[in-house]
Design a protein around this ligand. Sequence first.
Ligand code: LRH
Ligand code: MN
Length: 431
Amino acid sequence: MTTTLSPAPAPDDAALADHGRDYEALAERLDRRGRSAEDVVERVRRFEVALPSWAFGTGGTRFGRFPGPGEPRTLEEKLEDAATVHRLTGGAPRVSLHIPWDDPKDPAALRERATSLGLGFDAVNSNTFQDQPGQARSYKLGSFSHPDAAVRRQAVEHHLHVVEVGKSLGAEAITVWLADGSNYPGQMSLRKSFERVRDCLREVYDAMPRDWRLFTEHKPYEPAFYATVVQDWGSSLLLAQSLGDRAQCLVDLGHHLPNTNIELIVARLAGVGKLGGFHFNDSKYGDDDLTAGSIKPYGLFLVFHELVLAERDAALGLLPGFDPAYMIDQSHNIKDPVEDLLQTVDQLQLACAKAWLVDHEALAGHQEEGDVVMAERALKEAFETDARPIVAEARRRAGAALDPVAAFRASGYRAQKARERVGGVVETRGL
Ligand code: LRH
Ligand code: MN
């Protein structure tokens, strides 16, 4: 059953006319500032982010989970929801799978279904932070860092399986986040555990296809509450450097202690060709997995500012290997999962637009002259520009929605899925 999803519902004439006026007014204002709205529209149109397969259902916390109506029961239904996010935003043409939560029974059929929905697959994610039914050895005390070689072997075998699944779906990368760590001083050898992780990653790296990349993802704590083996960007970078050119670091925005300067980490990793990708989300305290741009929009803008600077240098041949994989990693406890993802893609498109509105020549001049105030103003002028008409125009040209959340609500999609997705076996899992 091939379902080609129709383009986003056309905006009504009034909304279209309003948008046209807003865009023309902004373009005229930017033109007076020497900025080209058209250039930035093209930059937003080129921006693409992958959706996490584990975020189409309602997540929960250890305190509770409040599932909503019409949630996907199968991987195929998740792809339908992903296609709806892409249809309405024009910027989310790929899905990142988590194995075994979304281990396809028939990869070829799933790939064909995804293609019919205009979707592809981004990095696949392994999971050695849970024990699966019937699993021989437990990951309670770790996986790649486990003292028992048989547990490490089991974990390596799992990663080789994840690579095989990814190959069958046309993915070209694997993301490895390890929950490995300890809760008490003395519980784990801090150096041996790291060396064991490095050696196991080596086996996965050497086994993956030559055109693949391996992303190491750091996290300061949770579920380990004393020491996490891959705790920070330094540990992740050491691993990526020890493995080789096709190993890079993935930055999950929520995996940093409060007040960490994440854009500085992005600049460092990009500067050494080790910025592999992102898990976009937002947080106030810990790994809260909230809607991107919902808590720290200026922080998100500053990350995109570093990405735009790097992309400009890469275009000049000054930053070889700069090709980060943009992905979302969120958990939806109280919002409709599709609406939350629509908001996030919109916020990422907006941060991208604002970052390309920076007058980079003027900024570089102020920095060289040591003019602190003018340098800061150069960034703030871009951040404080209401760039929403540019993002809406980029979506309009892509056949997507001017306002994705409003279009989603007007489409009655969730109510329709609530009628369709009743009973049946829930095959897929997630956070
Ligand atoms: C760990 C993490 C990782 C995923 C998981 C779903 O917190 O960010 O990227 O495997 O969330
Ligand atoms: Mn993540």
